[in-house]
Design a protein around this ligand. Structure first.
Ligand code: URP
Ligand code: ZN
Ligand code: ZN
Length: 456
């Protein structure tokens, strides 16, 4: 007799899928039986539904002091949104300022998460300051706190961006420590110069955000990162890749032996740059970096996912309210805080516009939204897999659900939904976090603050 049995669903293990039962004891998967027949104190009927491993979002911003303001979610609101959307683990970016010490930034972010995070969490640590003290602290955070990935920004001149000199040194350190460098690849100088040019010409609206950071500026950033990775032997992970050109630069480097992995994020897969061209400043809701591109880039990204060139899908959840935050840039698009949140919608967007449209299959969805993330960031098989002994993070997914994406369904604090009114097929019906039901049919039913930190 198990504590809980999930009965009769199509179970996705790492190797295969079949109809059967999962038995859970405490926080752990205790048995998986094809054909079923397990008995439990609590039985969840998953007949005609899919049973997926809890999804993992590799790219989330919650506490984010950025562009003169702070992202609007806290760990409680963002993690509740994540869980109802089927995401049971998040990797948040710690983004300190250039004067901040890495050790205090780590403590600040971890304390905030401990306070209210309802899903499990771990961090990528952005390296903005890189003097001797910072280097020493980075070594200690890796050795003692389970930090296994750094983040660098080639973009955001004068704020988060790292110099070439420091990037090369950091890559050597990362190689020595066995740490992955995740990277935002857009050239800061090229963007700064384009922005100034456009503003001088009186081009101040959100529709000019994309032209200020064109595809070649992103692809060039990927190329640059990969050249340094080739020189140093560092492992690199390109975040939020928006276009085929950038994927190609990474794949060319991979063929030369560079250890590079590519991430896509939900907004780039389903929204295009015409959203940022909407009148009356509404386009500001759709300003993120790299920017939304032409619709044809969706195809390049979905093909990349189907062919294994793109390995993961995250969100780059970075919520800034339309009123009071995005409108800081009404006169100047460079002042619009960057971000299109999707922590709650990610899985249903991928299901609706990827699986249901035949761009990728369900197995690929599981791989890129869960298993590959766990493998890439040293959490597998505790996370990202339905196998005996793994954490019982499980999503019973209703593929027959039909609806639309609506702001009123959102648990994030954001005042708009970037996918408002778009068709939605599929919903996380029941979500388990380490053996406990935490979300049911779009409602959070867990305990606030029950997420734990995952040292890696
Ligand atoms: O537009 C974005 N991506 N905002 C969040 C910060 C970042 O670059 O990831
Ligand atoms: Zn970024
Ligand atoms: Zn980001």
């Amino acid at each position: 007799m198990f504590d809980t049995v999930i009965h009769g669903g199509t179970i996705y293990t790492p190797e295969q899928s079949f109809v059967g039962d999962i038995g859970i004891n405490g926080e752990t998967i205790a048995e998986i039986k094809e054909g079923g027949g397990l008995e439990g104190t609590q039985v969840i009927d998953a007949t005609n539904k899919c049973v997926f491993p809890g999804f993992i979002d590799p790219h989330v911003h919650i506490h984010l002091p950025f562009m003169g303001t702070n992202a609007i979610d806290d760990h409680e609101s963002a993690s509740k949104a994540a869980l109802v959307g089927g995401t049971t683990t998040i990797i948040e970016m710690i983004c300190p300022g250039s004067d901040d010490e890495p050790a205090s930034a780590f403590t600040e972010w971890k304390d905030l998460a401990e306070d209210g995070c309802c899903c499990d969490y771990t961090f990528h640590l952005a390296v903005v300051r890189f003097d001797e003290l910072a280097k020493e602290q980075l070594r200690k955070l890796v050795a003692n706190e389970g930090v296994q990935s750094f983040k660098i920004f080639l973009a955001y001149k004068g704020a988060l961006n790292i110099s070439d000199e420091n990037l090369l040194e950091l890559m050597k350190l990362a190689k020595e420590l066995g740490v992955t460098i995740t990277a935002h690849c857009e050239n800061a100088e090229a963007i700064d110069s384009k922005q100034k040019e456009l503003l001088t010409e009186g081009k101040t609206g959100p529709e000019w955000h994309e032209p200020s950071r064109p595809r070649n500026v992103e692809a060039g950033g990927v190329q640059h990162l990969c050249e340094f990775a080739e020189q140093t032997g560092a492992t690199v992970y390109v975040v939020h890749t928006s276009c085929g050109e950038a994927v190609s630069r990474a794949m060319e480097a991979k063929e030369r032996g560079v250890d590079v992995t590519v991430e896509a994020v939900a907004p780039h897969l389903v929204l295009d740059k015409t959203y940022a061209e909407r009148p009356n400043f509404e386009g500001a809701k759709f300003v993120m970096s790299p920017p939304l591109r032409d619709e044809e880039e969706h195809e390049a990204l979905w093909n990349g996912l189907a062919n294994g060139l793109v390995s993961t899908i995250g969100t780059d959840h970075a919520p800034f309210n339309f009123k009071g935050q995005k409108d800081m840039g009404t006169e100047n698009f460079t002042l619009i805080p960057n971000g299109i949140p999707s922590i709650q919608e990610r899985i249903d967007l991928v299901h609706t516009y990827g699986v249901c449209k035949g761009k990728i299959d369900s197995r690929t969805m599981v791989d890129v939204c869960s298993t590959n993330v766990a493998k890439q960031f040293n959490m597998f098989p505790r996370k990202g897999a339905l196998v005996v002994g793994s954490d019982a993070d499980i999503v019973v997914y209703d593929t027959d659900y039909v609806g639309t994406f609506k702001h009123e369904d959102g648990l994030s604090k954001i005042d708009y939904c970037g996918f408002e009114g778009m068709e939605r097929k599929g919903r996380s019906d029941v979500v388990f976090l380490r053996g406990k039901v935490v979300a049911e049919q779009g409602k959070f039913v867990g305990e606030t603050g029950s997420g734990i930190y995952l040292p890696r």
